[in-house]
Design a protein around this ligand. Structure first.
Ligand code: KG4
Ligand code: ZN
Length: 330
């Protein structure tokens, strides 16, 4: 697809992005040239923490409360009003269906009221498009590792309009492995950041956790999690406290080794990493030559959705009123 769509070269337009696919309610304003004018993320982490994971019904209800104020805040932060907005981009798939519907309904209402086009965005394309925002503004082609709480994929990115899947996880996502590992270690939710912090005080060679070898360029993390489970279970309870940092460091090291190994096998002149796990400090250190999404844009946000909206065909007013959200990526 040629050039940023639906905008023409030289034209400066503002895109409103809306993201509610999981447990972050987010809105952002991004210009057609990829400048982030504002990005607001209201995290629901504390609501879900007692359950050790996202509770879909709680997420939908909270999105409903937050979506309007979050959009208003994004407009205010950008010094803009709805009359400055040229298109509304919203995550329509994949994600929790009830959560997605809140963002899609809000986007439809706003776009319809102002007769604007609506751009339906694939959340995974959004993660990749976090790399297209300025100042990074990464040019394809590149091989991209997308590692988040819901997905772990290797992508061949030839242009900004999409990607080709080279490999995916056969069971847990890398972020899920971090979250489940953190739970086994008695750490908080979401676990990635907690393990990352604790691992800094531990020895990554203390335990030799196995990295699953599956054919092709796919991933598997469920065996690793089981291995941590058995190691923790076999430790005398009074020893766990003293070994927690070593366990976190070794466990993280195994996940990072698996991700880096696959990237090396996939090859490619340019490597990029996106998604929540791209915030991991050991992963960032292990791939010094790779392009990483900026830290604030690794976990779910709406700037990346507006960014993907620049390279996705819009649905004209009022055809999108029948547009639906979809839970699955396929
Ligand atoms: O991209 P994201 O916000 O949500 C999904 O689309 O899934 O990713 C969230 C995931 C969580 O599993 C979280 O534990 C993980 O990203 N994460 C990290 C770090 N920060 C967040 N994993 C490892 N190290 C981190 N520093
Ligand atoms: Zn995500």
């Amino acid at each position: 697809m040629a050039g940023p769509w639906p905008f023409h070269a030289g034209e400066m337009a503002l895109i409103l992005g809306i993201e509610t696919s999981c447990d972050e309610t987010a809105a952002a304003l991004v210009t057609s040239s990829g400048e982030v004018a504002s990005s607001v993320v209201a995290s629901q982490d504390e609501l879900h923490a007692p359950f050790g994971g996202v509770v879909p019904e709680i997420a939908s209800r909270r999105h409903l409360e937050l979506v309007a104020p979050v959009i208003e805040q994004a407009l205010a932060d950008a010094g803009a009003t709805l009359s400055d907005v040229s298109a509304v981009a919203v995550t329509t798939w994949p994600g929790l269906i009830g959560a997605l519907l809140v963002g899609v309904s809000a986007a439809k209402a706003l776009a319809w009221a102002r007769r604007l086009p609506l751009v339906p965005v694939n959340h995974l394309h959004g993660h990749v498009a976090s790399l297209y925002l300025r100042p990074l503004d990464l040019e394809p082609p590149f091989t991209c590792l997308l590692a988040s709480g819901g997905h772990t994929m290797l992508l061949d990115v030839r242009d900004r309009a999409g990607y080709r899947v080279l490999g995916t996880t056969l069971d847990d996502a890398a972020g899920e492995a971090f979250d489940k590992g953190a739970r086994l270690l008695g750490l908080g939710y979401p676990g990635g950041r907690e393990i990352d912090e604790l691992a800094k005080q531990g020895d990554p060679a203390a335990y030799d956790f196995p990295v699953a070898r599956v054919p092709g360029l796919d991933f598997s993390f469920s065996g690793l999690k089981t291995s941590l489970l058995y190691t923790v279970r076999d430790l005398p309870p009074q020893e766990l406290e003293g070994r927690r940092a070593d366990l976190a460091a070794s466990y993280q090291h195994a996940i990072v080794r698996a991700l880096v190994g696959r990237l090396e096998e996939a090859g490619g002149a340019q490597i990029a990493v996106v998604g929540g796990v791209a915030a991991n400090s050991e992963l960032r250190a292990a791939l010094p030559g790779a392009a990483f999404a900026p830290l604030a844009l690794c976990t779910d946000n709406a700037a990346m959705i507006a960014s993907a909206g620049r390279f996705t065909a819009p649905v004209p007013y009022p055809d999108y009123l029948s547009l639906d959200a979809r839970a699955t990526a396929g």
